[in-house]
Write a protein that binds this ligand. Structure first.
Ligand code: TXA
Ligand code: MG
Length: 348
């Protein structure tokens, strides 16, 4: 299949380009589009065979359900059977934005979207291109992140191009995504709201509105409530070591790992904070990528997937990543890095 990648204005998306995207979606085809979090791979959420194409293009396991994107409340109502009071508070305070709500589904939503679960994930994105596209299509759009399954999420049109070229007809490219990390997935179907995946809306923001919020710990011998969280995700090709803790010790350890990597003829990539960059630069890693200031987790969030993908493009064998402090967006960043590192996480 020939893939068309077209530039679209992020603030005032060109009407004819939005129309083209909407036509593909209504015809049961896949369209990749920007959201404020990451790029999505969209299909008509009401059409099971269109949604099946998402799983095929990504190589995604069938038991991992999809988020349904809506452009407004009446569309959300067509997907959700029963709203809870915490869900309503969330909508009022955080939509449109990077918050996905888990709620009982209506019969309009095919089983393939929810992987057979009774609950559906819904989100109203704030990116003008996403909103206009869904509105124009006039149907809810199922969309996972537009990466090959297991790869870091795409935060630029070029990332989607690399993963989806030849597999989908259209990529709407509006440049870099503002948040850079996926939405927070919050189960609001029950008594106490539960975070299934940390993301763009922080725990602190949620608690200010909802009071106490649980976190699903996703323990090893329990079926996770967000099925996607059990897979090793966000992983670059090279071996990734995450080092966090006291900053001077972290830098020392990273220097040791650079030397060790080089002695074994490995190409070593380093992703670090602005504050540590000059020390690590002096040790001549094969690639040094600055994630942002340690005091600006939103900057690190915006850059993390770009950094991981760059390491793959430049074929780094070993990737050393400096962790940042937990709390706020820092927790979402560390969640993604821990998943990417698997067991290779060092806290010192
Ligand atoms: O920011 C985002 O959320 C992006 C953009 C495109 O909106 N989308 C995204 O989708 O990250 P995806 O498929 O990569 O991740 C969806 C997560 C997975 O962990 C999945 O298991 C969980 O949401 N999820 C989806 N439907 C669910 C459901 N019905 N119940 C529980 N978890 C669900
Ligand atoms: Mg994903």
């Amino acid at each position: 299949m020939e893939t068309k990648r077209i530039s679209v204005d992020r603030v005032n998306p060109e009407a004819e380009l939005i129309k083209e995207g909407a036509e593909w979606l209504r015809a049961g085809e896949l369209v990749a589009f920007p959201t404020e979090t990451v790029y999505g791979l969209g299909a008509n959420a009401l059409d099971a065979s269109a949604c099946a194409k998402i799983f095929a293009a990504k190589g995604r396991p069938q038991d991992n359900p999809l988020i349904v994107h809506v452009s407004g409340l009446s569309m959300a109502n067509s997907c959700v059977n029963k709203w809870t009071s915490s869900a309503e508070l969330c909508v009022k305070n955080f939509w449109p934005g990077p918050l996905t709500l888990i709620l009982p589904k209506t019969s309009l939503i095919p089983d393939i979207v929810t992987a057979g679960l009774d609950n559906v994930a819904v989100r109203m994105p704030s990116h003008p291109v996403a909103l206009r596209l869904i509105e124009e299509a006039g149907i809810p759009i199922a969309a996972p992140s537009a990466n090959l399954s297991g790869k870091p999420s795409p935060t630029r049109g070029g990332h989607v191009w690399r993963d989806m070229k030849g597999k989908i007809p259209l990529i709407l490219d509006a440049g870099a995504c503002e948040v850079g990390l996926e939405s927070t997935v919050l189960d609001v179907s029950g008594e106490v709201p539960t975070i299934l995946r940390p993301g763009g809306i922080t725990r602190e923001q949620l608690e200010a509105v909802l009071g106490n919020v649980y976190t699903d710990s996703c323990s090893e011998n329990q079926a996770p409530r967000a099925p996607g969280m059990k897979y090793r995700h966000y992983a670059p090709q090279g071996e990734l070591i995450l080092v966090s803790g006291h900053r001077e010790r972290v830098v020392q350890r990273m220097v040791q790992e650079i030397i060790r990597g080089h002695s074994r003829f490995k190409k070593v990539g380093v992703l670090c904070t602005l504050e540590s960059a000059s020390y690590l630069h002096d040790r001549h890693p094969d690639l040094l990528f600055v994630l942002g200031s340690k005091d600006q987790p939103s900057e690190v969030a915006r850059n993390i997937f770009e950094g991981l993908r760059l390491c793959d493009e430049r074929k780094m064998d070993l990737i050393l990543v400096e962790g940042i402090e937990e709390g706020g967006l820092g927790s979402a960043v560390m969640n993604r890095l821990e998943k990417a590192a698997g067991k290779r996480t060092q806290h010192i």
